[in-house]
Design a protein around this ligand. Structure first.
Ligand code: NAD
Length: 312
């Protein structure tokens, strides 16, 4: 395999889950870790090294500096202060925007010319701030957006319908957070819309709201039980990296910089996109029904208000 270098910034619970998922999927040949907590970096480098031998292919895990970003292919940012139980993802915006600004400047100064994926919350706001600070091409700055929410929706539908998640196409768009929108109108199972299953008594209209509520609360429910979430987002971001390295042109939900799609500009927000070697190669604008359109515009307003409040 051609050398493929990933740098992870922020080696907390989320960052490490991403790296472990990436190693197990043999996504890259070299993984560097940066964090202000040196002990955490040293510990995780040693611990992840122990996973090299049983993983799919040999790779290198090392303690990195910003100089190592220069020739990296992908940088994943999971640095920040996570929300506590009872807090919303938007509660940490000022603190995390400052962290992402500092990190962005150091990455820019390294001469990095690859693709960045932001995970830290509030993820679409931080992707917006990072892109402004670095001036990197917008399609090469990707927010993990509603990738995790989409995974949650597909798994919930799979449980209701008894169909493998991999055979379900569905999307959560909008803010990764309280105003997200589950797009049931565009959901297909083996090419069939949900109405097909409703007509046969296998699904009911009432389940739309229940399922959306379950997936919207799921992050909070996990945090209530174990204090943080990590495996889901780690796996989602590993699969985005895989699509980039393999130039797979896969349709995936990420936080993307809208430029007129859905009638919206100058914002990162969750939507399906074609992901390949160029990062976000095309934004897929879904045909929403009238209810979904209203909810999506409300989600846009939530994010625009936050961006305004931090003077961006
Ligand atoms: P954590 O506290 O376990 O880890 C955060 C890490 O960031 C720590 O190791 C800390 O030392 C490091 N850090 C802080 N400031 C830094 C800086 N300036 N430079 C380098 N490293 C720095 O938190 P976590 O649970 O891993 O969560 C990380 C982020 O991911 C949070 O913002 C959280 O809200 C977010 N998150 C996002 C999603 C999603 O779907 N996008 C899901 C879960 C968590």
């Amino acid at each position: 395999m051609k050398p493929r270098k990933v740098i992870l910034i922020g080696t907390g619970l989320v960052g490490v889950s991403f790296l472990y998922a990436a190693m197990n999927r043999a996504i890259a040949t070299s993984y560097g870790i940066i964090d202000i907590n040196e002990k955490a970096v040293n510990g995780n480098v040693m611990d992840l090294e122990d996973a090299i031998y049983p993983s799919l292919q040999p790779c290198n895990v090392f303690k990195a500096t910003y100089e190592d970003c220069k020739d990296a292919d992908i940088i994943v940012i999971a640095a920040g202060v996570p929300q506590k139980s009872g807090e919303s993802r938007l509660d940490k915006v000022v603190q995390n925007a400052k962290i992402i600004e500092d990190i962005g400047i150091q990455i820019k100064n390294s001469g990095f010319n690859g693709i960045t994926i932001i995970i830290s919350n509030p993820v679409d706001i931080l992707a917006f701030v990072y892109q402004k600070v670095t001036g990197f091409e917008k399609n090469k700055v990707i927010s993990s957006g509603t990738s995790l929410d989409t995974s949650r929706l597909v798994v919930e539908l799979s449980k209701c319908l008894g169909v493998a998640p991999q055979s379900i196409e569905s999307f959560v768009i909008g803010e990764h957070g309280d105003s997200s929108v589950s797009v049931f109108s565009a959901t297909r199972i083996g090419g069939l819309p949900l109405k097909y299953f409703e007509d046969r008594g296998m699904f009911s209209k009432e389940q739309y709201d229940t399922i959306h509520e379950i997936i919207q609360k799921k992050g909070y429910d996990i945090v209530k039980c174990k204090g943080y979430t990590s495996f889901g987002i780690g796996a989602c971001v590993a699969s985005i990296c895989e699509a980039i390295f393999n130039d797979s042109k896969k349709v995936m939900v990420v936080g993307a910089p809208l430029d007129g799609q859905y009638g919206v500009k100058d914002i990162y927000i969750g939507t399906p996109c074609i992901i390949g070697a160029g990062g976000i190669e095309q934004i897929v604008e879904l045909e929403l029904n009238s209810k979904e359109k209203i909810k999506f515009q409300q989600s846009v307003s939530v994010l625009k208000d936050v961006i305004k409040s931090i003077n961006y």
